[in-house]
Design a protein around this ligand. Structure first.
Ligand SMILES: Nc1nc2c(ncn2[C@@H]2O[C@H](COP(=O)(O)OP(=O)(O)OP(=O)(O)O)[C@@H](O)[C@H]2O)c(=O)[nH]1
Ligand SMILES: [Mg+2]
Length: 261
């Protein structure tokens, strides 16, 4: 199976080479999307063995992920694994995602930070718990750790999914939009548990708690409003109703655009 690892990077010179080297021990094809970094992330990634796609101006994590994912499937990848460049995701966990994909090739896989959750800062834990509830509701299926960027996407899903069109959707919110699309397409996510890692000395987060959370709230609110609050989705996300074998047939182009709400 041809698998590509796609790593979005914005000023990650401190960690990128180590992550690329470790990822290459698991998978031959590792791609870094450098998003207008002002440090030498791109050069370090290349020297460590990654293919580097460069964006001269910063476009956001979502836009970079989408570019890397499309690039990979256009060149024959059957699945794309995304992971962060800052050392919070261990490339050594990649085989767990691949094993889950072999068992269930149509579904998305999320590496969920379920072990040692107490290592995450309290506020972050609270925000992630809220996001899990609302995003799962809008997706109409239970999703553990919706804010984890360590995922496996089957190429069939990427071909059917819609990219981040508007500028406001190109950042972190895009990964939540993909969950909603996955629910609509019946590619219900499966979680594989991983460790929660927060390094004491790590750089400040690029996630902006207010504006990025507000974008996720708008995305979910717009999606729920358009579907009349989607009561079946709420019950399914809480495991009070079984998931349908065939997804609710809602064309992807009508969903997930906060700008149309
Ligand atoms: N391409 C691109 N990648 C980004 C951008 N902002 C963040 N990233 C990458 O996205 C990944 C996650 O960013 P973080 O800042 O660690 O955000 P987070 O992991 O959600 O938040 P924390 O839990 O606080 O670390 C890293 O690989 C970053 O380099 C961006 O503007 N463009
Ligand atoms: Mg991080």
């Amino acid at each position: 199976m041809t698998v590509a690892v796609v790593i979005p990077a914005y000023n990650e010179a401190a960690t990128i080479a180590d992550i690329v080297r470790r990822a290459r021990q698991q998978v031959d094809w590792v791609m870094v999307v450098d998003d207008g970094s002002s440090d030498d992330s791109a050069a370090r990634a290349e020297a460590a063995g990654a293919t580097v796609l460069r964006q001269l101006e910063n476009q956001g994590k979502g836009a970079s992920l989408w570019r890397g994912m499309r690039h990979a499937i256009e060149r024959g990848a059957e699945a794309v694994i995304t992971l962060d460049a800052d050392g919070q995701h261990c490339p050594e966990d990649i085989p767990k995602l691949l094993a889950a994909h072999r068992r269930d090739p149509e579904r998305l896989i999320v590496a969920a930070r379920l072990t040692h959750r107490d290592r995450a800062p309290g506020l972050r834990r609270f925000a992630n718990g809220m996001a899990d509830f609302w995003v799962s509701w809008a997706a109409g299926c239970p999703i553990a750790d919706t804010q984890s960027g360590f995922r496996l996407y089957p190429s069939r899903f990427i071909r059917r999914a819609r990219g981040p069109g508007q500028q406001r959707q190109q950042g972190f919110v895009f990964e939540s939009a993909l969950w909603i699309q996955a629910g609509r397409l019946g590619c219900y996510p499966i979680a594989v548990p991983i460790e929660t890692i927060y390094h004491a000395q790590s750089r400040p987060s690029h996630y902006r708690p207010w504006s990025d959370t507000a974008r996720i709230v708008r995305l979910v609110a717009g999606s729920l409003l358009r579907r009349g609050f989607y009561p079946a989705g709420l019950l399914r996300s809480l495991r009070l109703l079984p998931l349908p074998a065939i997804a609710d047939e809602i064309p992807i182009k009508q969903v997930d655009s906060e700008d149309r709400s």
